[in-house]
Design a protein around this ligand. Structure first.
Ligand code: SF4
Length: 242
């Protein structure tokens, strides 16, 4: 059995706390990438209150909402845990803006993906270098794309095993847990923003719309930024992963 298969089988029947406990006891260099979304706030709460030795980090693209920065500060202060902040490479951003303009991501899908690559994907690769396991807050019910994902997957692009402890949680599970434990969340959620990314690329959604409909709304395609690519290879681990 490969290491991937062993981890996947071990985590399959465990709930979020049991799973987090298992990974910190059995794997080294476990990191959690938080975007400060509601699922990520639940995970931060679980990691902090159980004192699991997980390194937390977030990505500051330079285009986030002020409300997101306020939540970051509040979360660090409430849970008294460090959250490392990774920024994009300044030369890459400067060259991008020079070539495409300050809001060049609106001009084409290619430009938008390039901006996400510079401001999100490249810093994430840096953050995940030398990582044993990458924890994320993905849930399968979040969008059609994400229904193709798995609780434990292999990220080809980041070259690391990825674990989604809240994979089976429903919207109601998240809401109830947040209410019960008084977990701080982004104030924009109350204003119709279920999924929050960069300010120029996120809008509020109407009642009944898909929760990711407000992300890159001017594009009709996949609502992903490259951080969580969905490929068959994520679902079927490659032999080299053992
Ligand atoms: Fe750039 Fe928008 Fe992607 Fe943020 S979400 S990195 S501003 S294209």
């Amino acid at each position: 059995m490969s290491k991937f298969e062993h981890v996947s089988a071990s985590l399959s029947g465990l709930d979020a706390v049991e799973g987090l406990k298992w990974v910190v006891q059995n794997l080294d260099r476990v990191k959690f990438a938080t975007s400060l979304g509601t699922e990520d706030q639940v995970l931060t709460h679980l990691i902090a209150t159980n004192k699991f030795p997980v390194q937390l980090f977030t990505l500051d693209t330079g285009r986030l909402f002020q409300e997101t920065y306020e939540l970051l500060e509040l979360t660090q202060s409430k849970y008294q845990i460090p959250i490392d902040i990774y920024f994009p490479d300044n030369l890459e951003v400067e060259q991008y803006v020079k070539s495409n303009g300050i809001n060049g991501f609106y001009h084409s899908v290619e430009n938008r993906k390039s901006c996400c690559g510079i401001r999100k994907v490249n810093p994430l690769k840096r953050a995940l270098a030398n990582t044993g396991l990458w924890i994320t807050g993905l849930r399968k019910s979040q969008s059609v794309n994400r229904q193709l994902m798995q609780k434990v997957a292999w990220s080809e692009e980041m070259n690391v095993m990825k674990y989604n402890p809240l994979f089976e949680w429903t919207d109601e599970d998240i809401k109830d847990f947040i209410d019960k434990h008084n977990i701080p969340v982004n104030t924009l959620h109350r204003k119709g923003f279920p999924s929050i990314g960069c300010a120029p690329c996120t809008r509020a959604v109407a009642l009944g719309e898909d929760e990711r409909a407000g992300r890159w709304w001017w594009e009709g395609s996949s609502k992903e930024c490259g951080l969580h690519e969905t490929k068959v290879s994520q679902i079927v681990p490659q032999p080299s992963q053992s």
